[in-house]
Design a protein around this ligand. Structure first.
Ligand code: ZN
Length: 494
């Protein structure tokens, strides 16, 4: 494997393998050896303040030339000018770079990376109808390959934390969720493993084939087992679990209610898809006599412990409800455009004070899989709908960082560069081909995809000089392509 062969950042010994593996870094926290100093870079903190004064969301203290210091997995200093002296620290020259918080993804389906490029000209319902039979062949090994490749793609696009909404358990096995968590540990990203579910299959008038649905009691028991096995509520958590039934048109009313009860009893968050298409809006009106937002409210699903993907077809009253209750929205503009579902009312949601984060959605509805690109797409989509002042570059960056952190309930831990927060940092090169001089935040959001000089999660390097440190991308790609072929063959036999 073509791993980097530089010295280990932590123990300063030569290594011919990855500098840290799924077991974690070789650093001893607190011994001073893991201190990192980045200086000479532009810094966008996204801390919501300017000169100590709280200002509008989407802004924060910025430095044309500043520094960032991390130690023990946390940020210990950030500000203008050179860094304070730090003993035994690795020093990174940030010239030509912009430091931002690591990006946070709020909605993904990592398994879908195996079915890119399918149903290219279909809307959501036809797209799902074509893909569900293929997905029915998924197992833990195939999902692991998809997850490793998807997480590596996210890391290389500046992502340090992601949610994975996994709702497909063809054989009811818990090992699929475990496979995704194992992949996140290997690649080195924080994961919010959203234990999804489907309980309304084709025989009950639903969309999914019966083979990919589960019994309601089994779903709730398996979800509770996953919370017990994997959920870490601590501030440095690498893995958290959420309760995440799939969508109103694939999940029964009873499962939605009982999922909310389970989440609140166990102290975890709730996630689902909502109001993605006009069809879903019409379905909810006909079936339940309510809009999608009204329906979820009737089930106890609005609140600051809930975030929902898409929310494209939400009326003014629904926007007000989401904002008043602090319900988060995972905005996935590329997926919404690819499937032709519409453009979410992001400026209105932000104005209503609803937390708005960004997500790629699954790679079968995105075909790119990078998170940084969603900042650009969110800005362009909002402006295409409402004009040039609809969304600024700083609001797009804030959505991908603090907005997403609020969706995941982690605004006190990640999402901005502030002393005491987790050392999840993206250092972007902004001096390469096609990069404009001038405003670095605009260049990051709207310019060509920026290469990462460094990406750290809890202070551990995951990407350096544009290369993944934790695995070999060529191997991951080969494994993912083989898994995709195996899934196609299994689907063809189904
Ligand atoms: Zn989705």
């Amino acid at each position: 494997m073509a791993y980097l062969t530089k010295k280990c950042l932590y123990c300063i010994t030569d290594t011919s393998g990855p500098r840290w593996t799924s077991g974690g870094p070789c650093a001893q926290e607190g011994d001073g050896m893991d201190s990192l100093v980045i200086e000479g870079c532009a810094v966008a903190t996204v801390d919501g303040t300017a000169g100590g004064v709280i200002i509008a969301a989407g802004t924060g203290a910025e430095y044309r030339s500043g520094h960032l210091v991390t130690a023990g997995g946390r940020i210990t200093a950030v500000g203008a000018g050179p860094a304070p002296a730090v003993a035994n620290a690795r020093v990174v020259d940030g010239g030509g770079c912009l430091a931002t918080p690591g990006l946070i993804g709020t909605h993904h389906h990592l398994f879908q990376g195996l079915t890119r490029g399918r149903a290219q000209d279909s809307g959501l319902m036809r797209w799902l109808t074509e893909l569900y039979p293929l997905w029915a062949g998924l197992d833990a090994e195939l999902h692991g390959a998809a997850a490793r490749a998807g997480l590596a793609t996210l890391a290389l696009s500046g992502c340090t934390t992601t949610a994975d909404h996994h709702y497909l358990f063809p054989r009811g096995g818990d090992d699929l969720l475990a496979a995704g968590i194992s992949a996140a540990r290997q690649i080195g990203l924080r994961l919010h493993a959203c234990r999804g579910s489907l309980d309304v299959g084709a025989s009950a008038g639903g969309l999914p084939p019966d083979g990919v649905t589960e019994d309601r009691d089994e779903i709730l028991a398996a979800t509770e087992r996953a919370i017990g096995a994997f959920h870490d509520s601590g501030p440095a958590a690498m893995v958290r679990v959420a309760v995440a039934p799939c969508a109103p048109f694939t999940v029964s009313e009873q499962l939605m209610r009982e999922s909310a009860e389970l989440a609140r009893r166990t102290g975890v968050r709730l996630h689902t898809h909502l109001a993605e298409t006009r069809d879903e809006h019409d379905f909810c009106r006909e079936r339940f006599g309510r809009t999608p937002v009204e329906y979820m409210e009737s089930l106890g699903w609005l609140g600051s412990d809930v975030w929902m993907a898409h929310c494209v077809h939400v009326d003014r009253a629904g926007i007000t409800r989401l904002g008043r209750t602090g319900t988060g929205v995972a905005h996935c503009p590329t997926s919404n455009a690819r499937l032709g579902t519409g453009i979410a009312p992001v400026p209105e949601l932000i104005a209503a004070r609803a937390p708005v984060g960004l997500g790629t959605d699954g790679a079968a509805a995105n075909d790119n899989g990078g998170l940084a690109a969603e900042m650009r797409q969110s800005l362009l989509a909002a402006r295409a709908r409402q004009g040039a002042t609809a969304l600024s570059a700083r609001q797009a960056l804030a959505a991908a960082t603090m907005g997403s952190a609020r969706c995941l309930g982690r605004e006190d831990e990640i999402g901005s560069l502030e002393v005491g927060k987790q050392a999840d940092v993206a250092l972007w090169r902004l001096d390469e081909l096609g990069q404009a001089a001038g405003d670095p935040v605009w260049a990051l959001v709207c310019g060509p995809p920026a290469r990462l000089e460094l990406l750290t999660v809890a202070g551990r390097p995951v990407v350096e000089a544009g290369q993944l440190c934790t695995a070999d991308p060529a191997t991951l790609a080969r494994e993912a392509r083989a898994a995709a072929r195996a899934l196609m063959a299994a689907g063809g036999r189904a």
